[in-house]
Ligand binder design. Structure first.
Ligand code: 5CA
Length: 157
């Protein structure tokens, strides 16, 4: 997958929505939150990982943006949304977001996706998110993340 095309799509989506955050290219690939944290020099908890789930009954995607150190409690999410969460495979993720696993951003998806934001991300002034490619990230504030995604802030773990 081409770096430029996918990172540009995220940069353009940011600009179109009026955000000035800049997508930066990292020297190495970051497929996990721990790798991304090491690459940008922040705590793993400051990485906003964008996880796609498949809602079992409706077949719709759900975006959960979680702090890098947290494991999402699927039962908690299911209770809140009123639908069981199923596993999303790589094809499902690409089909709905337009991006590959390891680079899924919180913004710029192919379609509008309902979003949930981990409240733990609000402990930090600045956080980092993937920008379409395993080598692309951007820095943002939790308040910006909320505006970008119109996500519901809650405990996800
Ligand atoms: N670029 C880094 C940091 S910004 C990144 O995107 N990390 S991430 O944590 O947001 O994305 C990786 C996540 O993809 C994993 O936490 C995992 O939940 C998900 N994932 C990995 N493999 C699969 C798979 N086979 N199917 C579905 N989801 C997967």
């Amino acid at each position: 997958m081409a770096y430029k095309e996918s990172a540009d799509r995220v940069q353009n989506a940011l600009r179109e929505q009026g955000f000035t955050n800049e997508v930066v290219e990292l020297p190495d690939s970051t497929r996990t939150a721990a790798e991304a944290a090491q690459a940008v020099g922040c705590e793993a908890a400051q990485i906003a990982k964008s996880l796609i789930f498949r809602l079992a009954e409706s077949g719709k995607p759900l975006l959960v943006i979680a702090s890098g150190v947290n494991r999402v409690d699927e039962n908690l999410m299911a209770q809140w949304i009123g639908e069981t969460l199923a596993k999303a495979d790589a094809d499902f993720v690409r089909e709905h977001t337009g991006f590959v696993i390891g680079g899924v951003p919180p913004i710029g998806h192919r379609e509008r996706i309902q979003a949930v934001i981990d409240e733990d991300l609000f402990r930090y002034e600045l956080i980092w998110a993937a920008a379409g490619h395993p080598k692309a990230v951007f820095r943002l504030t939790p308040a910006e993340l909320k505006r970008m995604t119109d996500g519901t802030v809650m405990s996800v773990k």
